[in-house]
Design a protein around this ligand. Sequence first.
Ligand code: MN
Length: 273
Amino acid sequence: MSQAVPCNDEPRAQAVAGRTRPARSLTLVHASDVHLESDTLGVGASAQLLREQTRLAFSHVISEAKTLSADLILIAGDLFDSPRVEQQAFEFAMDEIARAAMPVVMIPGNHDAHDERSLYGSSQSRLPQNLHVILEPAGKSLSFPGLSLQLWGRALVEHSQSYRPLSGMAPPADGLWNVALAHGLFSEEDEPDRSSVISAAEIEASSYDYIALGHVHVFSDVSRGNTRAAYSGTPAPLSVNRHEGSFALVRLDPQDGTTVERRSVRFEEPPRP
Ligand SMILES: [Mn+2]
């Protein structure tokens, strides 16, 4: 990177360069937008197949995280398609998260927002012990000292123009991996008429090691400056290509820094609308 840096950014840039990485590496599995119990295809056989495939897709991500010996799973919003989820469906998801047997950190998205209908606030007691749902609208940092990891996120309450998923980020901590979760729409420029905007400038200014994004259903890398940021895409057969979903495999390495890899989730018999 040899771009000219504006003068007022120099102190921050030097501080980033001076920040020390942890001695240990980390492997994260990042998923989003599973949209469990989706009613996208309405009712009938295709709709039922979609819901079954979506559950299988989520189970696949959990199994892959275990196979890959991941340290932690990130779910960047919209695990559920709506807050109207039957108890059995909610328990399926929580049982899968418990099966992961590793920390799982999740934020709500616009489909499972933390508003008065929130699935999460009223059901705290039924959440597995390894699940950490960030429900603070103003944001919260979670510390995992054993992983040399600090995580930040904020709960989406209302998908609106005034909601900025990355506003109020905790400053990156020295000697730790700094990772954030955010659910919203990436934009090169600030777009005041769009909801839940995540701007390129905000990603760059964060100086985080990784920002796990949700909302866009197709994998895309929107890294800026020193910060790697990516949409994992949905693992479910919900995108344009119903044969394949995805998640992101993120490695944080003391020497190499952050690398992000798209991992495919395939369906032999995708549901047809
Ligand atoms: Mn969304």
